[in-house]
Design a binder for this molecule. Sequence first.
Ligand code: SIN
Length: 330
Amino acid sequence: MGKKIYIVAMGGTIAGRAGDSAATTGYQAGAVGVDDLLAAVPGLPSVARVTGEQLAAIDSKDITAADQLRLVKRVRELLLSNEVDGVVITHGTDTLEESAYLLDLVHFVDKPVVLTGAMRPATALSADGPLNILDAVRVAAADDARDRGVMVVLNNEIHSARQVTKLSSMAVETFQSPNGGAIGVVNDGQVVFFHCPDCHHLPNALGASEILTRQDELPYVPILYGHGDDDGRLVKAVAETGAKAIVYAGMGNGSIPERVEKELAAAVTNGIIVVRSSSSPAGMVTKAEESYEQAGFIASGMLNPRKARLLLQLMLVCGKTAADVRKFLA
Ligand code: SIN
């Protein structure tokens, strides 16, 4: 009979169409529909019983919180259905890690959810999309994939949503987990995991899965990118927008220039939650300077700025406080 795997198509380069088969830029993302995407993967019916739908057809740089919430709600419905054993989402790579992490934070059942994408459009010579879809379906249908939360599968590798990031702007091996590495591979069609499931997934960690079904937007949480000669004026400007939380993508171990630190400390005093993350793609952000602790800044641990932002958005929606955020990240 085979497992019942449901595909949710969101657009992206995997569904991109270019005028020239040698072109890997300048194409229209999200132009190829889900039926054509699946038709380009001839081996699919022998792996699982695959059906799907087009939920969006966007270049993922344009994704909004409303789109993300629509995806979260649809995936929840699918996971609750007896007609679905696993879900595969085809998604643009630019914000794939964000949708993956958001879905992982609310993932509440043992059924696998797998996101995949492609770096070359569907019309390109050596398009990487069809094999990525086949591998993603293989993972979603694998018994061993249960209880592992949300995963990202591209280029024959399996990554956990919490750790994975898009590292290269161009390479097909762009998705990497700089701290822990891949959690598995798809070797010649065989799904192999290297790690135990609970190292990478905390099921419905915030209890937000149900809460998000009633949500059509997410709170404004900006990321400020640290750099030499940063004078903190953007922190001041953001504080005036009414933002309830800020992620500061600092340098190295979440280091903050003194002038910015002063403004961020004032923001905390005014009730804004400040999380220190890093522009460095690998390593952790720890407590570091004593003054950061005294000011009430919270270290993001392994979360990169974009994931720290999503976590804050969800925690604010759930009515959590700075103390809750600190506890969760610890
Ligand atoms: C997108 O993120 O939608 C475009 C880029 C890509 O999918 O690689």
